[in-house]
Design a protein around this ligand. Structure first.
Ligand SMILES: *Cc1c(COP(=O)(O)O)cnc(C)c1O
Length: 356
């Protein structure tokens, strides 16, 4: 007799960073923003009309798409929104990565890419970063079924210069190239201008990091009108109402407040540079992160040991027990006070920590 278990779609799921609910903790483990969303978001949340929830939301997500179109100076027909950029990326994988050729992405990168490839049965090849954790454009010049990488890359924080991205695009006119810009607002250069020249480019961004709205789940991408149409065809074949009414209203509010956006991300960039100086002084090594985190190894003390010691102090950072990066910690940039507490603890603890 046939067992139902034989018909189950088996997948190796993505493991999100932990979300502890302690009252006093310093949470630097999932790259959330330490500042609240823009004041207009809170105002709109208080004024929400519960009766509006009787109705389905606008399937085209008009108010949010229009706010984004205005901010990024592109036509609304070139924007697609989703439930966090994870949803947008998953839809894009499903829509554009549909060939026999393997898709390409770095060996050290966002650990959801191989999970989606597994889920959708997309063949893939992980391309090793060079010894300085940089993407080498020429590694992406061969035949492939598509390309995806974050810029800045996660969890390294390294930025790929725009010329290098253009090199990859030039050599891949017949593949879709997805640039995942989850962290681009913290000082890297966006690939958005390249959309004028390349109709096979898709630029994905999120409200989760730079716009302080990880809990609301809003992501979007910008591409050619044709690509956006393809994405919508897949979306409407799956779930027409991905964006709920609250997300549409609050998301549009967040985009409107440019001043707050610029001020808070500026604050995070300043704190990042301050933290780099302090970590260097304490014997950490790291690249020139352009994201809201620093990916650092200590010259003497193993990462896992530091991770545990910080945990005991209720300071949460991210540790990946994975090849090539098992001696690194990914430390999210919090407020200046949070980073000062982290540094103060390390300053006292590191000298007493024995090597292993
Ligand atoms: C955080 C992150 C995302 C997804 O964020 P959402 O919360 O789903 O918008 C996507 N890619 C990278 C590289 C990320 O770090």
């Amino acid at each position: 007799m046939r067992d139902w278990r034989e018909g189950v779609r088996r997948v190796e799921p993505y493991v999100p960073g932990e979300q502890p609910s302690e009252r006093r903790m310093i949470k630097l483990n999932t790259n959330e923003n330490p500042y609240p969303p823009a004041p207009g978001v809170e105002r709109a949340l208080r004024e929400l009309d519960a009766d509006r929830l009787r109705l389905y939301p606008d399937p085209e997500a008009g108010i949010l798409v229009d706010a984004l179109a205005e901010y990024y100076k592109v036509k609304p027909s070139r924007i697609f929104v989703g439930v966090g950029s994870d949803d947008v990326l998953a839809m894009a994988f499903l829509t554009f990565f549909n060939s026999e050729q393997p898709i390409l992405f770095p060996d050290i990168t966002y650990s959801f890419y191989d999970v989606w490839a597994g889920l959708f049965r997309i063949p893939y090849r992980q391309v090793p970063l060079d010894e300085k954790f940089q993407i080498r454009p020429s590694d992406y010049f061969g035949e492939n079924g598509g390309i995806v990488f974050p810029n800045p890359n996660a969890p390294t924080g390294e930025e790929l210069p725009q010329e290098a991205i253009e090199e990859i695009l030039k050599h891949n006119r017949n593949s879709v190239v997805i640039v995942d810009e989850a962290y681009v607002d913290f000082g890297a250069k966006s690939a958005l201008p390249l959309l004028e020249k390349y109709d096979n480019l898709l630029v994905v961004q999120t409200f989760s990091k730079s716009r302080s709205m990880a809990g609301m789940r809003i992501g979007f991408c910008v591409g050619s009108e044709e690509m956006i149409r393809c994405l919508n065809d897949v979306k409407y074949s799956f779930n027409s109402y991905t964006m709920d009414q609250t997300a549409l209203i609050l998301g549009a509010e967040a985009v409107k407040d440019r001043e707050y956006f610029d001020r808070t991300r500026g604050e995070i960039m300043d704190t990042r540079e301050w933290t780099k100086g302090e970590l260097r002084r304490l014997g950490f090594c790291f690249g020139d992160s352009r994201a809201n985190f620093i990916f650092a190894a200590h010259e003497r003390v193993p990462a896992e040991k530091i991770f545990q010691a910080l945990r005991e102090q209720h300071i949460y950072v991210r540790y990946f027990r994975k090849p090539r990066i098992s001696n690194y910690l990914r430390i999210t940039i919090g407020t200046r006070e949070e980073m000062r507490e982290l540094i103060d603890f390390l300053e006292h603890w590191l000298p007493s920590a024995n090597e292993e």
